[in-house]
Every structure is written in C-alpha cells, then in structure tokens.
Design a protein around this ligand. Structure first.
Ligand SMILES: [Zn+2]
Ligand SMILES: [Zn+2]
Length: 259
C-alpha cells in the first residue's frame, strides 16, 4: 500500500506539472487518451507489428488505442500434432524420455482476436493470467501460462510436447515454455510476441547473458532497454525454469481476447 500511495502522490504532482505547462501543449492533436494518463513514459508497441511474420496465420492492425492481432494459430513449423495429411506433419518420438507420450488432439485452425493496448501501462491491481491464451507469438501461436488444465500436472504435460515444445489442448496448439523454433530462427534475445497487456515477450538471453527467474520480478519481467526499445520498456522474458513465461499475473492493464 505504501508504494501505491507514493505512486498516487507522484501522479498527482505530475498532473499538476502538466497542468502548469499546459499552454504549450494546447495545439497537440488529441490522441484519444484519457486526460489523466501521461504519455511521457509510454511506449508505442505498434512498431513491432511487422515482426509477426507468419502472415498466412496472423495479422496485426492498430488504431490510436489498440493493437489488434488476429490469429488462426497454425504453426509454421513441423509437428507430430498436425494431421498426417498435412505437409507439416512429422512424426516424433523423444528417445531420451521414457515418459514421452502423444496427446490425443490434432492441430486445427482457431479464430483468436487479441485487442491489446498500443501504449501498455502498469496495472494498479495486477490480474492473474487466464487459463487458455494469455498472449500471442510472432508466428501466430498462443502462449499459455504455467498451469495445466484442471486435474492435470504441467510437469507431466511436458512429456507431451512435440519437436518444437508445443502441444494442443483439443485442437488449439500452444506454448507453455520457450518456443525453440522461434529462438533458433530469430535468436535467443529476440522479440517473440506480446502478452495480453501489451508488454513484449523476449527470449532467454539479454546482452549475451542468460536471464534467470532471479533477474525478474513476480510477473516475470523487468524494465530495461531492448533492441526494439532503446529507451527502455517493461518486458517479459521466457526462462528455462518454471514459470517460464509469466509469473503471478499481468504486469499491465490487460486487453481482451475473443475466440
Ligand atoms: Zn498445454
Ligand atoms: Zn530484459
């Protein structure tokens, strides 16, 4: 609570400062943001739209307030979970894992629409991530959190991951852990996608160093410069250890997803 109060005092002070300097800004075009939001610290994530490369399956549009990502959630890599008549079907077996087993589902097209804040901001009250999609990657595949479906154990589900560390729930393919197809092709320090709050997700490396859970806050992120945002931005990292992508919930105000 103490921190929150300090933030509120800071915000009030900053609002006064803005008001005091207001005449200079009178000619600014209204960008549709609330009057009590300050733009100073806000970063425009729409600059990353072109990184969503698997354009057969994912498209990105944006307006002043929202980035809209539409995904049919179809991997551009091979998988044992594609139907056998799909050119991307490839059988797989994990010879070093005696507990390896295949899930019953096969990959099918989804119709996900993510509406995420173009200028993400920290949430006053951090919300848990939902079961099901909590974000979307640059090849259209959705990110799930560290929870298995009710009644299942996520550590056992690891045994069902395919050659690129994903698996389906029903016919909805997803990643819980590092999507190695992306980090192998784009780099371990690359931008990999967004969570629903608009904050970007990066791979497990930064400035040549492996990021561990100890480097990150409870939500599994931190604020620093990235190649895409040299002035700094809050961002998540995918780490090798549980909870992998997100920790205790969204750092920012979450957008919406329809499916
Ligand atoms: Zn899963
Ligand atoms: Zn970082």
């Amino acid at each position: 609570m103490k921190k929150l109060n300090l933030n509120l005092i800071g915000l009030a002070f900053f609002s006064l400062m803005l008001f005091a300097c207001g005449t200079d800004d009178a000619d600014e075009i209204d960008d549709g943001m609330d009057d009590d939001e300050t733009e100073v610290d806000q970063v425009d994530i729409s600059t990353l739209a072109a990184k969503f490369y698997h354009t057969d399956a994912v498209s990105v549009t944006f307006d002043e307030t929202w980035v809209t990502i539409t995904s049919s959630n179809l991997p551009d890599h091979k998988s044992m979970y594609y139907p056998m008549n799909n050119p991307l079907y490839e059988p797989y077996d994990e010879p070093n894992n005696p507990d390896f087993k295949k899930n019953p589902g096969e990959i099918g097209a989804q119709n996900y629409v993510f509406k995420i804040p173009r200028y993400p901001s920290e949430a006053a009250n951090k919300e848990s991530t939902p079961m099901g999609p909590m974000g979307v990657s640059i090849n259209s595949i959705v990110f799930f959190n560290q929870e298995a479906a009710p009644g299942d154990d996520i550590l056992e589900e690891l045994n069902t991951f395919d050659q690129y560390e994903g698996h389906p729930a029903g016919d909805a393919y997803h990643y819980h852990i590092e999507p190695i197809w992306l980090t192998e092709n784009k780099g371990s320090d690359a931008f990999l996608g967004f969570l629903l709050d608009g904050f970007p997700v990066y791979g497990p490396m930064e400035n040549g160093k492996i990021i561990t859970n100890d480097d990150l806050d409870d939500y599994h992120g931190h604020t620093s410069a990235t190649a895409d945002f040299p002035d700094g931005i809050y961002h998540y990292h995918i780490t090798e250890d549980l909870p992998w992508i997100n920790g205790d919930g969204f750092y920012g105000e979450a957008g919406t997803i329809t499916q």
